[in-house]
Design a protein around this ligand. Sequence first.
Ligand SMILES: Nc1ncnc2c1ncn2[C@@H]1O[C@H](COP(=O)(O)OP(=O)(O)OP(=O)(O)O)[C@@H](O)[C@H]1O
Ligand SMILES: [Mg+2]
Length: 231
Amino acid sequence: MSSKKSELHIRGSDLKKFYNLGETVVKALDGVNIEINKGEMVIVVGPSGSGKSTLINMLGGVDRPDEGEVVINSEKLHEMSDRELTKFRRAKVGFVFQFYSLIPTLTALENIEMAAELVDLKGEELHRQCTEVLEAVGLKGRENSYPSQLSGGERQRVALARALAKHPEIIIVDEPTGQLDQATGIEMVELIRDTSKKLNSSVILVTHDQNLLQFADKVVRMDSGSIMVDE
Ligand SMILES: Nc1ncnc2c1ncn2[C@@H]1O[C@H](COP(=O)(O)OP(=O)(O)OP(=O)(O)O)[C@@H](O)[C@H]1O
Ligand SMILES: [Mg+2]
């Protein structure tokens, strides 16, 4: 076998998620199949309400499908108990959410450290690794700033550093550039790409910004709960 052969990392098969709203049923995911290789950067695009956030929540073990399977390496997320799923997520997945949620009473560095503590980093090592990612996202000197003292873009970068601090195998990012101007948005995605290539982490990134597609290894287009084109 060639050593260059790409290694399958994440597989979602026939994923379905329906929400019952009285008379109507919202088909948030209506039978989605997706495969992501180790170290690959996949960008998910599609109109509002097409199921992008729902899909990445399934793949990151935040939520479970009603039907279908999520397998990461050889671990079957759909068969895990809540406890196992939480443990898996903490160890392996770094999230940057659509509406990033920094803790307002903690400084930038403390926000980052809190996430890394969940994977048992401690003391000097914790401090070193977190300071490293804080600097990598361009926030050297802002360690002690509180979220309210940072701009939207800077907060977004703290949220990214927080996701990267534990060196996750999978990085999941929902609309990283929503509040950012175009140049800062591109910088942010370049940063995600460079870091993931260094860590050999797989990335799943949701965006509305067509300018970011150039950074993807693969683009997934969603509409009404289904994948339209899988390039
Ligand atoms: N908890 C929920 N209860 C009911 N409906 C839901 C729930 N979560 C999501 N939905 C619905 O499922 C569909 C897909 O939602 P999702 O958040 O995945 O869309 P999206 O593609 O991420 O949209 P956006 O670009 O606006 O973030 C939408 O119609 C949404 O209203
Ligand atoms: Mg969304």
